[in-house]
Structures are given as C-alpha cells and as structure tokens.
Ligand binder design. Structure first.
Ligand SMILES: Cc1ncc(COP(=O)(O)O)c(C=O)c1O
Length: 486
C-alpha cells in the first residue's frame, strides 16, 4: 500500500504524523537491509548478517529441555490441559499471583540475591518497551524532560518520547573516561535545561548499559542517587541486563544502593524484562517495579493496555519457580556469554579493532575511529553504509545511540551460532585487510606524488581485480574503503 502524505496527513493525529518514533534512523535502516537480504549459511551465504539485534540465543536449548521435562507447565499439552479454561478467561490485570511471586524471586536471583522484591509491587507491561513508556506516563507530562546519559539505547527515543510527548535531554559522556557518567555532566545538562525553561522530571539510565556493555560502579550509582535526591527528580533504572553480566565487576543494582544510603524511595523506579536475561523477547514480559505507591497504583491501571497473556504468565510462573533450573540456567548462560564475548573480541583484536572494555550485555562497543575517512558523523555514515552494503554486516552506528563522538559502532554477538560468528569475523578480516591495502596505496601514491584519485585506485592492479569486476558472489564485491570514500 502506498502511503499518502501531504494533505491527508492533516486528518491524522500528531502522533500519527510526527517523526519521533525514530523508524527513519540508521538503526532501523540496518534492520531493513537485513530483512531484504538475510544471511543463510546455505540458502543465502552472501546475505547480510544481523549484528544489530540484542538477542540472547545462546541458551534457548536449556529452556527447550525444561519444557520437555515439564509438559504440565503448558496449557497446550495433555498434562496441562486442565488449566486451559481458567487461563483462557479474563484474569486479574494485576497479574496472576503465582506469576508475580515467581517474577519477584527471579528478579532477586538476577541481582545475586542481595535484594528482595515485593510481589505486590510488580506491575506488568509489554516488555521493557512498555514498562519504560508506562513510567513516563506516570512521571511526566508532555513537554517535560528526562535526562539520559549518552550514548543511550536507540529505542529510548521511541519508547520514552513518541506517544508521551516527553523530551529526552542527553547527558554527554566521553570516551576519554570510558563513557562514565560524571556529576559535572549531569549538572551541566540539568542547568542548561533550567535555563531553557524545560522542566526536568527525572533521570533514566540503563544499567548495565546498552550500547556500552558496562556496569555502573557503586560510587557512580551513589552519585546519581544523591543528584536526583538533591533536585527532587525521579530516577528510572532500566536493569534489563541485570543477569547478563558475564565477568567482573559484578552487577550492583540501584536497589542495593538505596538500602545503604538516605534517599527518598518514592523517587526510585526499576524497569525489568525477561527479554535478555532469559532470552525470551517474544514473550513480551516487562516489569515496572516502583517504590512509590502512587506509581504502582497508576501503573496497574495502565497495565490493561499491555498485559502479558495469562498463558505466558501461567507457563513462566511454573518455570521461574523451579529454583534449581533457574540457578543452573543463569550460571550456564553467563558462562556461554563470557566465552562468546571472549572469542569475538579476540577475533576483532587480531585485526586491530578494539572495543570498550565490557563485562555485560549482548554486544560490544567497537572503536572504528581509525577507519573513518574523516572524524565526522558524515564519515561515520559513509563507513556504516559500506559495512552494510559491501561487508554485509548489520552493525549499528554510534550516532543512532546519540554518541557524541563519531566512529563508534555497536555490534551484537549473541544472536547467532558459532559458525555465523566465524563468517562475520572472516568478513571483518577481509574488510580491514582491504582498508590497509588502500591505505598503503594512498601513501605510495602520495610518495610518488601521483595524487591518484580514489576512483583511479579502484582500478589499480595492485588492488587485485577491479572491484567492480569481482564476482557478484564475493563477500566483498567492491573495495569497501574506496566506496566509503567516494
Ligand atoms: C536498555 C533496553 N531497554 C529496553 C529494551 C526493550 O526490551 P523489551 O524487548 O523487553 O521490550 C531493550 C532492548 O534491547 C534495551 O536494551
């Protein structure tokens, strides 16, 4: 269906016609490139490999095994059918009590058992996406703002702003201190909002961070809590990767911090989900956990708009109550993630690509500044286009995470099997090799004072066959860097 624009747009709402969803960003463009030409080891071996999706597929076999051993957990088996009728009828929109109990226990386990959660404060939403939006509806009015340390999760623009009318004000973090949040940066963002007459209602963080893959230390968390307390604004902590921390330092939840220091608990709200730690994004299980009674009450009323289906609740109540399984799952999942992270980052290091040192998440924050033609966002976009269209990897450019410095890219490593990782690394190796060749050629040409243009270089015999004449089935049909520079 062709979308009509112009006059007919006037008939629609502001939400329907504004561009705040962010769908027209490279982050989503990369997904489209993958959708149009998805890699398959035998059916489409030269297709685009999806490395832009923060999905944890490394441990789904353990869940499958559990399902086989526990047929009564499903209402679609002979053993579980007796629960069908009840589950299929309307249920309390606060959530099945057994589900809220099981989730509260799981959330505690995901935080090393150092904190506990009250099942009566668990509010359901459609994934962390729905949970984040729900909190914005509860905490801010259209035009109000939330501070968010950048680089930040690209989906926040959609989840926090699009339908709520809330603004996001980046708190700029720098590579020079490993993108850590400082009090100075927080205060600068807060003060400039105040000068502009913008009402700041809170600060939202993702800890562990997407896209950085790092966790916040105790002292940073204490700084944040002090800052929001001092200014009497809210703190929303998206802890969706709480149990996706595969090496030290271990994860510290804000829940631990507020046990240790004086603060107004009414200002603290947690977002959680089973999408990452359990690898179940399709189940759309999101949680708002607020220490503020009014937010819990309002959230419950709102949860009618994004309930988790009773069938899913029924199944998860059973699985998450199996403590032995949960313990084994979490420790094995972390072991597998650590091993994948190690092998992937080592593969990158071998070709001179460094990543920000990370201990969490399903991605690396890759430093490709040395491959940029120029240190600008145009340079970043040029390189990204080459990586998508020629190297055929969907990685996400830093600009889509509002990174302040060009040249950083997020690359996901847990949504594929070992063989596909190998193909991706092989492509990266070839790409970097080509980049080096071009570099040498450029230097030689300058030495000889020939001032070869890049288009001339494309036909230089030292580059191998003319890239344009390469087999269309070559994984790198055209010299990437040359393309990036033209
Ligand atoms: C920090 C963060 N918050 C929220 C989400 C959305 O999660 P869900 O799939 O549970 O909606 C993601 C997904 O990547 C994320 O990384």
């Amino acid at each position: 269906m062709e979308l009509k624009s112009g006059k007919s747009q006037l008939l629609l709402s502001k939400i329907a016609t504004n561009d705040e969803h962010g769908e027209n960003s490279p982050y989503f463009d990369g997904w489209k490139a993958y959708d149009n030409d998805p890699f398959h080891p035998t059916k489409n071996p030269h297709g685009v490999i999806q490395m832009g999706l923060a999905e944890n597929q490394l441990s789904s076999d353990m869940i499958e095994e559990w399902i086989k051993k526990n047929p009564s957990a499903s209402i679609c088996t002979a053993q579980g059918l007796h629960a069908f009728k009840n589950t299929a009828l309307y249920q309390d929109y606060h959530g099945l009590p057994q589900f809220r109990h099981a989730v509260a226990k799981f959330m505690a386990k995901a935080r090393g058992g150092r904190v506990s959660f009250d099942p009566d404060r668990i509010v359901m939403a459609g994934g962390a996406t729905g949970a984040n939006e729900m909190l914005m509806f509860c905490l801010a009015d259209p035009g109000d703002a939330f501070l968010v340390p950048s680089p930040y999760y690209a989906g926040f623009d959609r989840d926090l702003r699009w339908r709520t009318g809330v603004r996001l004000l980046p708190v700029t973090c720098q590579s020079s201190n490993k993108f850590q949040i400082t009090l100075e940066a927080l205060e600068a963002a807060y003060e400039s909002a105040q000068k502009a007459g913008i009402k700041v209602k809170g600060l939202i963080i993702a800890n562990p961070s997407n896209p950085l893959g790092t966790t916040m230390d105790r002292s940073t968390l204490r700084t944040l809590v002090t800052f929001i307390n001092h200014n009497q604004i809210h703190l929303v902590c998206d802890e969706i990767y709480a149990a996706t921390v595969f090496c030290s330092p271990s994860f510290v939840s804000v829940c631990e911090i507020i046990q240790e220091m004086e603060c107004n608990h009414d200002l603290i709200h947690i977002v959680y989900s089973l999408s990452k730690d359990m690898g179940l994004p399709g189940f759309r299980v999101g949680i708002v956990y607020s220490y503020n009674d009014m937010v819990v009450n309002c959230g419950r009323k709102m949860s009618s708009f994004g309930l988790v289906s009773s069938q899913t609740q029924h199944f998860l109540a059973s699985m998450l109550s199996d403590e032995e399984f949960v313990d084994q799952f979490l420790s094995e999942s972390i072991r597998r993630l650590a091993s994948r992270h190690d092998s992937f980052t080592k593969g990158l290091e071998e070709v001179g690509i460094k990543c920000l040192k990370s201990n969490a998440g399903l991605f690396c924050w890759m430093d490709l500044r040395h491959l940029l033609k120029e240190p600008t966002f145009e340079g970043e976009m040029g390189l990204w286009k080459v990586i998508i269209s020629d190297v055929k990897l969907n990685v996400s450019p830093g600009s889509s995470f509002h990174c302040h410095e060009p040249g950083w890219f997020r690359v996901c490593f847990a949504n594929m099997d070992d063989e596909i990782v190998e193909v991706a690394l092989r492509r990266i190796r070839m790409f970097v090799g080509k980049c080096k060749e071009v570099d040498v050629q450029v230097k030689k040409s300058w030495q000889r004072n020939l001032r070869l243009s890049f288009s001339t270089l494309m036909y230089d015999e030292n580059m191998g066959s003319s890239p344009r004449m390469m087999s269309p089935h070559s994984p790198i049909p055209q010299s990437p860097l040359v393309r990036a520079w033209t």
